[in-house]
Ligand binder design. Structure first.
Ligand code: ZN
Ligand code: ZN
Length: 148
């Protein structure tokens, strides 16, 4: 089984071979900052099962203030899209961001194990509840290209 994906601008493409071990939804403050949103959603593969083509991803090594170990984050050198990370703590593993696959339909809870971590810093507004406004699309109709 091969699954492909890419960054926003398409300069970096990747192929993942085989099934992922799991999807980790990480609510830690580091993931909130690196993604700019409420949590990271990373698909966990063995490192040798992920290959890149096109532009080589740029990387940045961060030392965790939680564990003191490094995490190497990868991103497109052109558009800056998140392209996952490798970890000192778990050698041989590489994450691929769930939102970057060409077809992410295989990432469903029936097929893959999902795990939420660092829930202690989960943002209460990241859950769809009756307390927050929810729209299927943008709330401004004029933001839609067509009526489709
Ligand atoms: Zn890009
Ligand atoms: Zn995290």
């Amino acid at each position: 089984m091969e699954r492909s994906g890419q960054c926003v601008c398409g300069s970096v493409r990747y192929i993942c071979v085989g099934e992922p071990e799991r999807v980790t939804i990480c609510h830690c403050l580091w993931c909130q900052r690196r993604t700019g949103t409420a949590f990271g959603a990373e698909v966990v593969f063995q490192e040798q099962n992920v290959s890149f083509s096109g532009l080589a991803p740029a990387s940045y090594r961060h030392t965790s203030d939680e564990s003191g170990r490094w995490l190497e984050v990868y991103f497109c050198p052109r558009c800056g899209s998140n392209l996952g990370f490798t970890l000192e703590a778990v050698p041989g593993v590489r994450t691929v961001p769930a939102g970057t696959f060409d077809d992410a339909a295989f990432l469903n809870t029936k097929h893959v194990k999902f795990r939420h971590v660092f829930a202690r810093t989960r943002r209460e507004w990241s859950e769809l509840t009756s307390e927050v406004e929810v729209y299927e699309r943008h709330f401004r109709p004029q933001w839609r290209k067509s009526a489709a």
